[in-house]
Structure formats: C-alpha cells, structure tokens
Design a protein around this ligand. Structure first.
Ligand code: IMP
Length: 184
C-alpha cells in the first residue's frame, strides 16, 4: 500500500481473517445488545483511542437509544508486535463519571493490561459501574484475570491489522481484519 505522497507503508504479508460483512453483522448485534442496556440506564460510551476509532464509530451508530460519547487515549505498544507491558493514559475524559455507567469500547484485548489499567484507574473516580466491550478478544494471550462484558470475536493470539488496528501506525484504514503472516 502506498500513500498519496508515494510513501511506502510498513511492508507486511497479511491475509483476510474477518470480512467487512462479518464485522458489520456482528457490530449490529452488539449495537442491539447495548441499545437494550442504554434503554435501562444512562450510559457513557468511551472510545479507547487510538485503535477503536473505527469500531466505535460503527458501534455508536448501531445503538438506537441515547448514549453519551467520550474519548480516552492509551498507549501500550511501541512499534513492536508485542505488548510493552506498560500502559499510559495519553488523553483523559472531559467529564465526571461519578455515579455513571461507563462502557469502555476497545478494539482488541490481548494481554488485558490496558483494560485492567483503565478499569482500575476509572474505578477510583467512583462510577456506578464499568462495563467493557471489545471487538476482538485473544483469550489465550491474557496476562491478567479479565473478562469483557461484550465481545465481537474471539481470535487466536495472532497479530492482526485493519479496521482501526495498526502496525507502526499503518493499516488502520484497511476495511477488514487481517492476520499478519510475516514481515517481507
Ligand atoms: P493489551 O493491553 O495487551 O490487551 O493490548 C491492548 C492494545 O494493544 C490494543 O488496544 C491495541 O492497540 C494493541 N494490540 C494488541 N494486540 C494487537 C494486534 O494484534 N494488532 C494491533 N494492535 C494490537
């Protein structure tokens, strides 16, 4: 893939794992489940940047009830395909979550360290409850005891790109999820 400036993206060999149609169908189903939640209580849906921006924008449009949007930034990966194990907050919420139901929306749960860090950090702000939704979940890669409330797809512990997920900042614009086969 080359951008309009002729810059070459990081060279990768990859193959399609989850198609656009499969993603759209599952996002609609998750949207229906979260609609039911939003009809029972008022929810702040938090987009966990950067990776979940594509999933989040499709998911919130599949929610047919009032929902408030907020954004959080986290960083855990450098340019490697393995978690650094270090999680930091790069952008904070702009509203109080005290007494509120918070739904954290992630692209992927790998080691679980990001969600563990975020749920503990936000719990200190006294929300009513924190729920979590992740498009992808790699159960075999978990390093902490963590169970998301809503999951799109359980996948093996392969490195994946597309639909918001990146390799060195590239491939977020791929409209489907692909498994990385190898570096060229
Ligand atoms: P965790 O803290 O190890 O669960 O990883 C969470 C973050 O790592 C995600 O939000 C992604 O940004 C990144 N990540 C984990 N696995 C992958 C992958 O397979 N491809 C791209 N990014 C990933």
């Amino acid at each position: 893939m080359a951008n309009t400036n002729g810059m070459q993206s990081a060279p990768l060999k990859f193959s399609k794992m989850i198609s656009e149609a499969e993603i759209a169908k599952r996002v609609k189903e998750l949207g229906a489940e979260i609609t039911a939640l939003c009809q029972k209580e008022s929810v702040i849906a938090v987009c966990v940047l950067k990776g979940s921006f594509v999933f989040y924008s499709d998911l919130v449009r599949a929610i047919e009830a009032d929902v408030k949007s907020e954004f959080l930034g986290t960083a855990s990966y450098g340019n490697a395909m393995q978690s650094s194990g270090e999680v930091k907050l790069t952008l904070d919420l702009t509203t109080s979550i005290e007494g509120k139901t918070v739904l954290l929306v992630e692209d992927i749960i790998d080691t679980g360290l990001t969600m563990d860090f975020l749920t503990k950090t936000l719990a200190a702000r006294k929300p009513k409850k924190i729920l979590t939704c992740s498009l992808l979940f790699k159960p075999d890669a978990l390093k902490v005891d963590f169970k998301p409330d809503y999951v799109g797809f359980k996948i093996p512990s392969d490195f994946v790109i597309g639909y918001g997920l990146d390799y060195q900042g590239f491939y977020r614009n791929l409209p489907y999820i692909a498994r990385v086969e190898s570096l060229n």
